[in-house]
Design a binder for this molecule. Structure first.
Ligand code: NAP
Length: 324
């Protein structure tokens, strides 16, 4: 089969299309024929070698995919060949990830893909939606009736957060850096949209919330926004740090005066029980149409380097997926 492999950490050009042996499932494992694989920013950090825990070389990137069950290892009863599924990680510490024609998962890494969700949409579920769900519900404990600012709403995690928060009866304010992105964020359920590149966007946020500020901020670029988030947020607010690409200076007094909590999260820290619960919720939302992953670009597998360049560029518009 064909698989993208990284033989040495570096720029997008190290993503190489190789011919490798077809994988076979060990007991308790499932081989999935990948119809679409999701590209997440973390895939680029790993590829560049700038991440705390790195896979051994060579490895195939990707944790997210959707496709059909190809083969079952001994003892797997929950699924049968031909089932539509989406994946949340791959077996063997990500050595054979999802940027490939076939991938191998444990039973706990495979979830049913409802018939109304396309394979490309299925490849956009795991990291974006599980992160948004864990941030909104498990970390911020956001409640219906509260106001949520999704600071960076036009990308994978942001749109998932917009859909989840709107479905739970929260007032959603989403930001995007492009006109096209803001239109999309509004279409996906945000009640108000703002431009995070406009210097006055937090003044407009204050106007929209009658001077109170949002109760929850889902923050996609903390190194740029965290200090100002502390000024903007409401009393008893919760800021969830999801994305961060550098250092920032904040005045901790901002947390005291308003009883604000800054909570970080890494999806990698979610326990197996948490993951099972999150995917049960996501499965229900996908099946009833509440959650509708937005795919902005489908890129052929061999052009993975182009996808890695695109995912870090401004002007996000949903997910980028690779098609084997
Ligand atoms: P993505 O699809 O590339 O989207 C990036 C988002 O950041 C876009 O909405 C972009 O908006 C926005 N952005 C750009 N400049 C911003 C600014 N100044 N203020 C606020 N937002 C800004 O990436 P993603 O998959 O949604 O992930 C978002 C971030 O979360 C990434 O840094 C990713 O590494 C991180 N992440 C963390 C976890 C975790 O476990 N902690 C899990 C998943 C993702 P425009 O392009 O419209 O400007």
């Amino acid at each position: 089969m064909k698989a993208i492999r990284v033989h040495t950490f570096g720029g997008p050009e190290v993503l190489q299309l190789d011919e490798v042996p077809d994988p076979r499932p060990a007991p308790g494992q499932i081989v999935v024929r990948v119809r679409a694989a999701g590209v997440n920013p973390v895939d680029t950090y790993l590829r560049s070698g700038a991440y705390t825990k790195l896979p051994p070389l060579p490895y195939t990137p990707g944790s997210d995919a959707a496709g059909l069950v190809e083969a079952l290892g001994e003892g797997v009863r929950r699924l049968k060949t031909g089932d539509r599924v989406y994946t949340a990680g791959s077996a063997g510490d990500g050595i054979l990830g999802t940027y490939a024609e076939l991938t191998v998962c444990t039973v706990a890494q495979v979830y049913p893909l409802p018939a109304n969700v396309s394979f490309s949409q299925g490849a956009a579920v795991n990291v974006p939606y599980a992160t948004a769900y864990r941030g909104l519900h498990d970390k911020a404990h956001a409640r219906p009736g509260e106001t949520v600012l999704v600071h960076g709403a036009s990308g994978g995690v942001g749109l998932a957060a917009v859909q989840l928060a709107a479905a739970h009866g929260m007032t959603v304010i989403g930001t995007a850096g492009s006109e096209r992105g803001r239109k999309l964020v509004r279409e996906q359920g945000a009640h108000h949209v703002l431009d995070h590149t406009a210097p006055d966007h937090l003044a407009k946020l204050a106007e929209l919330t009658d001077g109170r500020g949002p109760d929850v901020i889902m923050e996609m670029l903390a190194n740029v926004n965290l200090a100002k988030d502390l000024d903007a947020i409401a009393r008893y607010g919760r800021i969830v740090v999801i994305g961060n690409r550098g250092a920032i200076e904040i005045n901790p007094r901002g947390t005291m005066t308003k009883d604000v909590a800054i909570v970080g999260l890494s999806l990698f820290n979610a326990s197996l029980e948490e993951r099972a619960s999150i995917h049960a919720a996501l499965g229900a939302g996908l099946a009833n149409g509440t959650l509708r992953p937005v795919v902005g670009q489908e890129v052929p597998l061999k052009d993975a380097p182009r996808a890695h360049e695109a995912v870090l560029k401004p002007g996000a518009y949903g997910k980028i997926v690779l098609i084997p």
